[in-house]
Design a protein around this ligand. Sequence first.
Ligand SMILES: Cc1ncc(COP(=O)(O)O)c(C=O)c1O
Length: 444
Amino acid sequence: MRPPSYKPVVDEFAAAIRRGELTPGTRLPTHRDLARERHIALATATRVYAELAALGLVVGERGRGTFVRDQSGFAGLTASRDLPVPRIADLSFAQPPADEPPDHLRRALRDLSTSGDLASLTRQQPPGGRRHERAAVATHLLDRGIDTAPANVVLTCGAQHALDTALRATTRPGDVLAADALTYPGLKLLAAAHHLELAPVPVTATGPDLDALDRLCRTRRVRAVYTIPTLHNPLGWVLDRATRERLVGLAREHDLLIVEDGTYAFLDPAAPSPVHALAPERTCYVSSLSKNLAGGLRFGFAVVPDGLVPAFTTSLRSSTWGVAGLVSALATRWLADGTVARLEQRLRADARARQAIARTALAGLDTAAHPASCFTWLRLAPHLRADRVAAALARVGVLVSTGDAFATDRHPPQALRLALTGPAMDDLAPVLARLRETLDAFPP
Ligand SMILES: Cc1ncc(COP(=O)(O)O)c(C=O)c1O
């Protein structure tokens, strides 16, 4: 039987895109031109682009045409490039789902190009950011339960850079940093880079074991404690108010700096006040627009106690100096004009819908997740090893993170963290079904 007439054209385009001969953003011929060039029917040309879009290789933009889609996502840096499957479902990394064309980006770039004093964006920016941009972040943070002066806001290139800046400004090599026994992997990288000793605080289903933190502080001189009180990565907990107060009480008793990570807090506006609101004098609050707007923007911030602002500024000068002027201009425009608030509202509904799908698809498995979170933590059955499961999943095109990446102690759990925002909403149930089939295929 002859292959359908669209198939050779699809294969040809797919190969050219995968080899990098057609680079991201390249505009492809219109359907009509393609039909004419290839001597195929218009309906066949339309089918070619539909197939390529289904493979994730092109994107059609209404009224503008069809474009080669960028393949170099975060997963593209890791294992996915040469996997023998046409389309990767990336559950390894959380970022806002990319199912809506970024009209706000096109609009903001257009507006910016006609705004006055554009040259100011090309001049060296003050470390920590321009005053009106710090003020825009301070206003945004009011909704997050943080009331701060713009002078206490320091702009950074994402939350990871804010954490880096905080540790550089406040710790010395050899200092002890307390962190949950399972925590955000980027913190582990930073602790190693700054030669800090990470002291694990055991975790329970509802939060860190604060009795254990207390005991740790009585036996060791602990400099700081890192906490993700709202929608913990990876376990999804939201600490209740009493636990937050107890954490602050321990920090005061043992003179700890608190490094609070609010990166996912926007997903649960009903959560208790941030720890920062309880102890602004000893809390560095870090967050970014990576999870609610765009990770590629690299825009983040820290809210810093008065006395630490100069140390943060010096710390910034030893790394990136600050945020690119163009980036902070875009980000603060989206904070001020309501774009971020609108996207956050959409993402809150999106995360809840994805959690509901995951609850059904993974029913009966040993999971931990908050209904508002974009993660599910999946503890594996005793006969399974996380690395083997992750490798088997990669072979069927599903990328996941394994428990060891999150462990700060020597007992990495045999577990997977699933970031539910990777696949399109309609693909999530089939992808999780594929995950389940792969688990079931392991002999007991
Ligand atoms: C808890 C947590 N904090 C910080 C970050 C880093 O965010 P950013 O991309 O803004 O550096 C992440 C990213 O995954 C995260 O999960």
